[in-house]
Design a protein around this ligand. Structure first.
Ligand code: GDP
Length: 455
């Protein structure tokens, strides 16, 4: 299987400037040399790694397209194998024809993520770095892209590796101490072990704490804009998203449905929904909207509650404050360009994060963005610190934590060092699973299944 030469179209399926057919495996250079003729007459098989040649691909005597062939020689390639990349014109038909010719010449069609899987199996990437590749491709914001690129550079791996080294050293020391009592091995104390375990536990907990932020960065923060009609919710949403989307009118109660939209605000992606105002109403259609709004407010990651500075605080506003008080909320006092009639003190007394803006002219928006970043936890986010990026990684850390907890308990109960070693080794196994150093084929297949063909 590993020696098969595989091929796929690595660029997006569609019309574009260039389309790249990637071929990887022991025979990739031979296979491509059967199809490629360079203008200089130089053969692909004579070319060094990291060199390119201009020419054309032909099959059965027919010229398919002009291409630039780039040669990579193992182990200096993405997959660690011999790789040829044929860059042809980016047409759907042309790329498929060149791909078909490569298959006819002896390569097998690649499965989803197979190039990256080979990079992993050949030791070019650990599993967290391979997973980062998919996150780079699917990143929808600068922060998500930076986090994924750092993970690809090994930011998460380094964090995990430092825990692993300490646990492995301790396990080795314990085994040596238990198995070779007559040797002159540094004494192991329960206190020393306890300290090491607690330090690793601390680091594992810190790592787990990054998961929620990682999700927010990747998937966006589920955000509701709430407030009674006509406070300026649609105007605010339009301002944040930079285009007209929800219906803005002077008639109270026009925003009936939950309109969802994804926008980049500061370093956070917000999944915004502009909801019906949370006021009691007799209108059935609007009532449905109101109910949806209430439910959403109670389950979302951020509520922006909008109040109208030009009107006095009324029962609807107070009811809203009661509903959202315990949610992650920013009170947005809007229309500050008008003379203030609002009891802003009442709002500030009930809601910690309050900001004054004018959605009409943009005043105060920078401050609002800072508050959003604060609630999202991305305010001081440093992508190079390494964060947990998916459920698989989180589970492995949770399992490592559980095993380490058992080791600490065994130690506290005064059990033998043998018993401590067993649970410690389990913790190490969990960590090796996280980095992919010891992981089942099923898990590996599952990870790469999420990739696209050609990556
Ligand atoms: P919604 O019902 O809460 O979605 O409110 P809209 O966004 O439809 O706005 C209601 C009215 O308030 C519209 O006429 C807006 O132009 C106006 N409005 C929104 N924001 C401001 C603001 O900051 N200042 C002023 N003066 N008017 C605003």
């Amino acid at each position: 299987m590993k020696n098969n030469t595989i091929c796929a179209i690595s660029t997006a399926q569609g019309e574009g400037g260039i389309g790249v057919i990637r071929v990887s495996g022991k025979d990739s250079i031979d296979i491509c040399s059967r199809l490629f003729t360079s203008v200089t007459g130089k053969k692909l098989t004579e070319m060094k790694g990291y060199t390119a040649a201009f020419g054309y691909v032909s099959y059965n005597g027919e010229k398919l397209d002009e291409v630039i062939a780039t040669v990579f020689r193992e182990p200096h390639s993405y997959t660690g194998e011999n790789v040829v990349e044929l860059s042809c014109h980016g047409g759907i038909f042309i790329t498929r024809e060149v791909l078909r010719a490569v298959i006819e010449a002896g390569a097998a069609p690649a499965e989803a993520g197979e190039f990256t899987k080979r990079a992993f199996l050949n030791g070019k990437l650990d599993l967290t770095e391979a997973e980062a590749v998919i996150d780079i491709i699917s990143a929808k914001s600068k922060t998500a892209a930076r986090a994924a690129i750092s993970a690809k550079d090994g930011a998460l791996w380094r964090r995990i590796d430092s825990i692993k080294i300490r646990l492995v050293n301790t396990a080795a020391h314990l085994s040596a101490w238990v198995d070779y009592p007559e040797e002159d091995i540094e004494e192991i104390t329960a206190e020393g072990l306890n300290n090491t375990f607690k330090e690793c536990m601390f680091d594992l907990n810190n790592l787990l704490d990054t998961y929620d932020m990682g999700r927010t960065i990747k998937e966006g923060l589920d955000t509701v804009i709430a407030g009674k009609p006509n406070t300026g919710k649609s105007t605010l949403m339009n301002l944040l998203s930079g285009r007209e989307r929800s219906i803005v009118t002077d008639i109270p109660g026009t925003t009936r449905d939950v309109i969802e939209e994804t926008v980049n605000v500061g370093n956070v992606v917000l999944r915004l929904s502009d909801t019906a105002g949370l006021r009691e109403t007799d209108d059935t259609v609007e009532r449905i909207g109101v109910d949806i709004a209430k439910n959403r407010v109670l389950s979302c990651g951020l509520v922006m509650a909008v109040f109208d500075s030009g009107r006095e605080l009324d029962d609807d506003d107070k009811r809203l404050i009661e509903i959202i008080k315990y949610a992650p909320v920013i009170a947005v006092i809007n229309k500050t360009d008008l003379e203030s009639k609002l009891d802003e003190k009442y709002i500030a007394d009930n809601i910690e994060n309050t900001v004054r803006i004018s959605a009409k002219n943009g005043d105060g928006v920078e401050e609002l963005i800072k508050l959003i970043e604060k609630i999202a936890g991305t305010e001081n986010f440093n992508p190079s610190e390494g964060i947990l990026a998916n459920e698989r990684q989180r589970n492995a850390v949770l399992n490592a934590k559980n095993s380490l907890n058992e080791a600490i308990e065994a130690l506290n109960l005064g059990m033998t060092y043998d018993a401590v070693t067993v649970t410690l080794e389990e913790a190490i196994e969990n960590i090796l699973e996280l980095t992919g150093e010891r992981v089942s084929d099923v898990v590996v297949d599952k990870v790469f299944h999420n990739f696209c063909v050609g990556k």
